[in-house]
Design a protein. Structure first.
Length: 94
C-alpha cells in the first residue's frame, strides 16, 4: 500500500461512513463474544480504524508490517500494544 494512503486512512477513520459501518458490524457480531478484560489481536491493523474499538472491552495488540501504520495507530489509540510483523508468515500452529 502507498504510504500516503495510511495517512488518508488515519485522517478519516472517525468520520468516513465505511469505517463507521465496519466498526458497527464488527461490534454487533463480535462484541457479545469478547470477554471483559480480554486481550485481542488486531492482525493487519493498519491505522486502527477497524479494530481499535475493542479497547473498550480489553487490551488490543495491533500487528502490521508497515511501521508508519503503527505510528498513526499509536497517535490515535495510545493504549494499544503494537508490533511490527508480517502476519502472513506467522507460525500460528495447525
Amino acid at each position: 500500500m502507498e504510504l500516503d494512503e495510511y495517512r488518508r486512512m488515519a485522517e478519516v477513520e472517525t468520520s468516513h461512513w465505511w469505517y463507521g459501518a465496519t466498526r458497527a458490524l464488527l461490534d454487533q457480531i463480535l462484541a457479545p463474544h469478547l470477554p471483559p478484560g480480554g486481550r485481542f489481536l488486531d492482525a493487519g491493523c493498519g491505522t486502527g480504524a477497524t479494530g481499535a474499538w475493542m479497547e473498550r472491552t480489553g487490551t488490543v495488540v495491533g500487528v502490521d508490517a508497515e511501521p508508519l501504520a503503527l505510528t498513526l495507530y499509536a497517535e490515535a489509540h495510545p493504549r494499544a500494544g503494537l508490533a511490527v510483523s508480517d502476519v502472513a508468515g506467522a507460525d500460528v500452529g495447525q
